[in-house]
Design a protein around this ligand. Structure first.
Ligand SMILES: NC(=O)c1ccc[n+]([C@@H]2O[C@H](COP(=O)([O-])OP(=O)(O)OC[C@H]3O[C@@H](n4cnc5c(N)ncnc54)[C@H](O)[C@@H]3O)[C@@H](O)[C@H]2O)c1
Length: 331
């Protein structure tokens, strides 16, 4: 059994401070590495000393700490690394990591980059290092519950998709990438996105959008409520409905049945709830990394290339919608 030495750059929320050892929910990369038998967390790096000390408190004295990425790269040997820093630093950090011989796989937080220039440089550097593997952390993609749902859709259990509605908080670029990733995972490549309403807030976009995929047309809407968080997706099919709620912890399947109220009518009723596996979300990402390194049970290269294309689409949407262009069509 391979044991991969792993490190984390960016020891804030998603890097290591969103959970603690023993918690039920595995949210951070630190907890994911520590929970998985094939990984050993050896180091963390952050420019914020308070976060570094708290990271050490939670994840143990054996984890070596660095406040300088070059020092981490020069002093430590590791095969897997997570990039969990602020989005605008991802590309520069990955470009450095690609030059380190012993690194086999990089897990980068979403969004992959902040600008098109960063993406273009990163793509050309990735081409120079075809043996280096990269995964973007879209955790629903690697979750067994979501994967089983994708398989059931592909096997046509629910028939033709008819429509969908996604609702989420935070910006379309920063958080909507999770939503559009999920829509592509379930319903095929996104072909056209049109603005129904749109406003620019802090360099990101909010509103309501119609989204046409290879198989279906639906809407997504995002807003910023003051006192709760939301990430819901509802998909209607010929033979039922899939409803994702509670950020992905609740996956329901609804099927048509004789109406309990209206004689002669058929309605759709909840008839199955998929057991929550998303509480181990980051564990599953790390397991996908192991699989990509070893057995290709997840076809990591294909998944990454799909996510790279999505990253490009997200940048184009942000750019066009910020320039008041109302419809974007992709090839
Ligand atoms: N996949 C998900 O569901 C998910 C969830 C939350 C956050 N994120 C993404 O993860 C990233 C981090 O988000 P967060 O909420 O953990 O932010 P955070 O601010 O809590 O943590 C970021 C950490 O990176 C450190 N940092 C910044 N620049 C650095 C550098 N050059 N070198 C070393 N350390 C540096 C900061 O000091 C901070 O400790 C963002 O890209 C965000 O979009 C993804």
């Amino acid at each position: 059994m391979a044991l991969y030495r792993s490190a984390i750059i960016g020891c804030g929320g998603i890097g290591g401070l969103s959970d603690s050892p023993g918690d039920k929910n595995i949210i951070s990369h630190a907890y994911a590495y520590q929970s998985h038998d094939n990984f050993e967390l050896i180091a963390g790096c952050d420019i914020n000393q308070d976060n570094l000390s708290e990271f050490k408190n939670r994840w143990g004295d054996s984890v070596k700490l660095y406040s300088d990425i070059d020092e981490l790269i020069n002093k430590e040997a590791f095969e897997v690394i997570s990039v969990c820093t602020t989005t605008s630093t991802h590309a520069e950090i990955i470009n450095k990591l690609l030059l380190k011989d012993d690194i086999k796989l990089i897990i980068c937080e979403k969004p992959l980059v902040a600008t098109a220039d960063e993406l273009n440089l990163l793509k050309s550097n990735l081409n120079k290092f075809p043996d280096k593997k990269l995964l973007i952390n879209f955790p629903r993609h690697y979750d067994p519950g979501f994967s089983s749902m994708a398989k059931r859709i592909n096997k046509n259990e629910f028939g033709r998709p008819l429509s969908f509605n996604g609702v989420f908080v935070k910006g379309l670029y920063h958080n909507g990438c999770h939503m559009l990733e999920l829509i592509e995972y379930f319903l095929g490549d996104i072909k056209t996105v049109s603005v129904l309403s749109n406003q620019i807030v802090q360099n990101d976009i909010y509103g309501m959008y119609s989204v046409e995929t290879a198989n279906c047309i639906g809407t997504v809407a995002n807003f910023e409520p003051e006192n709760y968080s939301i990430f819901d997706l509802d998909i209607y099919f010929e033979k039922g409905r899939i409803r994702m709620a509670e950020a992905g912890h609740r996956l329901e399947i609804h099927k048509p049945a004789k109406s309990k109220i209206y004689p002669g009518y058929t309605e759709i009723y909840s008839n199955e709830v998929i057991q929550d596996s998303f509480y181990r979300r980051s564990y599953h990402t790390v397991e996908a990394a192991r699989s990509y390194l070893e057995d290709n049970k997840i076809n990591g290269r294909t998944v990454f290339e799909q996510h790279l294309l999505l990253s490009e689409k997200m940048l184009i949407l942000k750019d066009k919608f910020c320039s008041n262009i109302k419809t974007v069509t992709f090839k």
